[in-house]
Design a protein around this ligand. Structure first.
Ligand SMILES: Cc1cc2nc3c(=O)[nH]c(=O)nc-3n(C[C@H](O)[C@H](O)[C@H](O)COP(=O)(O)OP(=O)(O)OC[C@H]3O[C@@H](n4cnc5c(N)ncnc54)[C@H](O)[C@@H]3O)c2cc1C
Length: 416
């Protein structure tokens, strides 16, 4: 068969789901067009490390054209998909119209501010490279401003950092931020008494890490407190004007920094497709990950609403997106051979989150552990999962340097 006659698979999104699908279709008798608004794949779980001046963006992102340099059945197009015609089978980008035989939508998610407009405008989030470098610049600037501030109340507010959301991202960010202050900033600003600084973790429910077993939730809180993170539980944020945080019980905290990690929902495009949506705006799909009325379309990852056997929606995690990518690629191959697609079943690989130096919590193979052993597993796994040998080596060297010398390398305030 001539190349042009091969079935054309368009994959939208080169995050964990799209990238894995494309790789799994390597060597298959298909033509693949991979589309993403960025020209790189981003390892989002380490974005917080960019925000706390630990890593540079290039160490957690990798150019897509390099990743697929040797995959002959794939071409990459950088572009934003703005609409999809499911009946005529084409996607429209900000520059072209691309027809498909099969479509894989892996467009991911975005931060959910639950309608809190003021928080969206005045707070920071961790979803993109720009968000993370913007947060880093702001955090570092707060120390500069505080160092020349004579009003003690204003100085305290400049040195108060509020992280909202007690899930893994909030916990990791709060822990790393507390360590940045204790180990690094205290050395950079000997003229300031950084015991004035505060890191607050604000959580609306009664516990951090709600999906973790009781013992690990307690261990997480103990580790956070040992790093001087103040934990506010059952504290629902209602407003933030850029310098004062207001909670539902009327409690106020003066802080010039708020990092919102309390919610995630599906990418904006999912709201414009006219398809049935589940919680968080995610698109409802069949157990085989196909659209009910369009079996030639698969939706995977954060953008897809899929329930487990107990009827609980699957979490928005890289591990879910990657496993679904495996099923989507397998089902596409089966369909092309005339076989029936198979349903997706998630195999939970466990839980893992770090709280900083020598401190992490993990649940793997039914075993829970916390502290140094969990932290070593966390470091090893994250190095392994990064794309590119160079990035793995650089991140390892960087972390080893920080570990030995108590020094975060990227303390640059840059303007974009
Ligand atoms: C700070 C942070 C920490 C996290 N930590 C963990 C963790 O420790 N463990 C874990 O398992 N998960 C973690 N996650 C969640 C994990 O990153 C997501 O579940 C995962 O990225 C989902 O994969 P995906 O392929 O669905 O979407 P993504 O990886 O988000 O990829 C979506 C892609 O689609 C592109 N795109 C979106 N819309 C369009 C459009 N209209 N046109 C063109 N391209 C488009 C985007 O540019 C992006 O490249 C974390 C997420 C964040 C933000």
């Amino acid at each position: 068969m001539k190349t042009q006659e091969l079935p054309h698979i368009v994959i939208v999104g080169a995050g964990f789901g799209g990238l894995t699908t494309a790789r799994k279709l390597r060597g298959a008798p298909v033509r693949i067009t991979l589309i993403d608004r960025h020209n790189y794949h981003l390892f989002q779980p380490l974005l917080y490390q960019v925000a706390i001046a630990g890593l540079v963006p290039a160490q957690i992102a990798y150019p897509l054209r390099t990743i697929f340099r040797h995959q002959n059945n794939l071409s990459f197009q950088m572009g934003e998909v703005t609409s999809i015609d499911f009946n005529a089978r084409y996607v429209r980008t900000n520059g072209s119209v691309i027809a498909y035989d099969y479509l894989v939508l892996a467009i991911g998610g975005q931060t959910n501010f639950f309608g809190l407009q003021a928080v969206q405008e005045n707070g920071f989030q961790l979803k993109s490279v720009e968000d993370a470098t913007g947060t880093r610049n702001h955090l570092l600037e707060m120390f500069e401003k505080a160092s020349r501030e004579v009003d003690p109340e204003r100085r305290k507010a400049l040195l108060t950092f509020v992280v909202v959301g007690g899930g893994p991202t909030g916990v990791e960010t709060a822990g790393a931020l507390a360590e940045l202050i204790t180990h690094v900033m205290a050395k950079d600003y000997p003229e300031m008494d950084l015991r004035e600084s505060r890191v607050l973790l604000v959580e609306a429910t009664g516990s951090v890490m709600a999906t973790y077993p009781e013992g690990l939730r307690e261990a997480t809180m103990d580790l956070l407190r040992s790093k001087n993170v103040e934990i506010l539980l059952n504290a629902r944020l209602t407003d933030y004007n850029g310098h004062t945080v207001t909670l539902a019980d009327g409690h106020r905290v003066d802080a010039y920094t708020l990092i919102w990690t309390a919610g995630v929902r599906s990418a904006e495009l999912t709201d414009r497709l006219g398809l049935p949506q589940g919680s968080g705006g995610r698109i409802r799909v069949e157990p085989t990950l196909q659209l009910p009325d369009h079996p030639e379309v698969f939706v995977i990852g954060d953008a897809a609403y899929v329930e487990d056997r107990q009827g609980v929606p699957l979490p928005m995690l890289a591990t879910v997106a990657q496993q679904q990518a495996g099923t989507a690629a397998r089902n596409l191959k089966r369909i092309l051979k005339g076989a029936k697609p198979e349903p997706f079943h998630y195999k939970d690989p466990g839980l893992l989150a770090t709280i900083g130096r020598n401190a992490a919590v993990a649940r793997i193979w039914g075993l829970s552990f916390s502290g140094f052993v969990a932290w070593v597993i966390w470091v090893g796994l994250h190095i392994f999962r990064l794309i590119g040998f160079r990035n793995r080596l650089l991140v390892l060297i960087n972390w080893a340097w920080d570990y030995v010398f108590y020094d975060n390398q990227v303390r640059l305030i840059t303007r974009e």
